[in-house]
Design a protein around this ligand. Structure first.
Ligand code: SF4
Length: 376
């Protein structure tokens, strides 16, 4: 099974930390952009006739900002051009500042059965600092519209002046409002974004402080029945994100739209990040991919390990051997030896012990170093 990712690059306002491909001043291009996206779906669908897809994910940008009929159009086109399973998980990212009753009705008609809401924090001053267009009340309103539906909430850690009490209020709001899934991740500060000044001025919590907030948030979530299944993802039983699980299993996916990446048939390719170029390519009947590379075996092995070890289930020894024809112990003997105190063997699976999962980067370094020795 494979996934479909659709990129909607329009936002009402650019957030201070945003490094995604999103355009705050181009909503007038939404209809023309989506007409191109429908065409790309058709082109890709013809190529991938033998594939069955069981997840669709509308990300961005802000998919809930564009007229909802365009989402309905995209879903109708996907159903016409791809083999989509009956019980496919279909997720739409939603910004609480851009939602209303009639939009939700159209999403329902489109078959959207999962929503991902960007709350980030329940503290309005922090939302304003991040340049978000919503406040906590907008989030409550959005979740009221989604009552009885399956939705996830994003929570961000490492914000200016963020305390444990703020994390508690945020977790409480997200869980009391009915989320079945929570993504709790640390703010990533990218050079070239306005928030970088706060970082340079030492106004953001350091990594130890963020790790403390994370541990606190994790405890609160677990007390409320959310089980961690990946470093940043927690779900009520049965509500894990199938689309993301496919990424962590190194499954195949096709990405459609400006800047979207794909991984199909051993190749990774990424579409242009330029909106005009994307539309011109599609109109002239060409694929808009600007990079395409065959993944070498050594990289594939490292990717497989890195992604599997992000999850609490870890890496299946049998699945690894089946995929690469060799046991992992033959490929990464030194990394396994170096990391032995951080790893745990559960039947056929090796996984990072719970207490080390959040600091897994240092563990993965050992695997990365060994990967670079392959083929030498
Ligand atoms: S809503 Fe998301 S994509 Fe849009 S500007 Fe903010 S962070 Fe970027």
């Amino acid at each position: 099974m494979a996934g479909i990712y659709i990129h909607i690059p329009f936002c009402r306002h650019k957030c201070s930390y945003c490094d995604f491909t999103s355009f705050p001043d181009k909503i007038e291009f939404a209809e023309a952009y989506m007409a191109c996206l429908y065409k790309e779906l058709k082109m890709r669908g013809e190529e991938l006739k033998n594939y069955e897809f069981d997840t669709v994910y509308f990300g961005g940008g802000t998919p809930s900002y564009i007229p909802p009929k365009l989402i309905l159009g995209a879903m109708n086109q996907i159903r016409q051009c791809f083999r989509l399973t009956k019980d496919a998980e279909i997720t739409l990212e939603l910004n609480p500042g851009t939602i209303g009753e009639s939009k939700v009705e159209t999403y329902e008609k489109a078959g959207i059965n999962r929503f991902s809401i960007g709350l980030q924090t329940a503290i309005d001053e922090q939302l304003a600092d991040l340049g978000r267009i919503h406040n906590a009340r907008d989030y409550v309103y959005a979740t009221k519209l989604l009552q009885g539906k399956n939705f996830s909430t994003d929570i961000m850690l490492g914000l200016k002046n963020q305390t444990k009490e703020d994390v508690r209020k945020t977790v409480e709001l997200a869980t009391l409002c009915g989320s079945s899934h929570i993504s709790m991740y640390a703010l990533t500060v990218e050079d070239g974004t306005p928030i970088f000044t706060d970082y340079l001025n030492g106004e953001l919590p350091d990594s130890d402080e963020v790790a403390e907030l994370y541990e606190y948030g994790r405890t609160l979530l677990e007390e409320r029945g959310f089980k961690r299944y990946e470093i940043s993802n927690f779900a009520k039983p049965g509500f894990e994100s199938r689309h993301n699980l496919n990424y962590w299993k190194r499954g195949e996916y096709i990405g459609v739209g400006v800047s979207a990446s794909s991984f199909m048939q051993g190749k990774r390719f990424t579409n242009t990040f330029n909106l005009d170029e994307y539309m011109k390519c599609i109109i002239s009947g060409h694929y808009p991919a600007v990079t395409c590379e065959e993944v070498e075996e050594a990289d594939a092995k490292f990717e497989y390990v890195m992604l599997a070890l992000r999850t609490t289930k870890g890496l299946s020894l049998n699945a690894y051997q089946k995929q690469f024809g060799k046991p992992i112990a033959e490929d990464f003997p030194n990394a396994l030896k170096k990391s032995v105190q951080y790893l745990q063997l559960d039947g056929d699976n090796i996984r990072i012990k719970d207490e080390y999962l959040y600091v897994q980067n240092s563990i993965l370094m050992a695997f990365m170093e060994e990967e670079t020795l392959f083929g030498k």
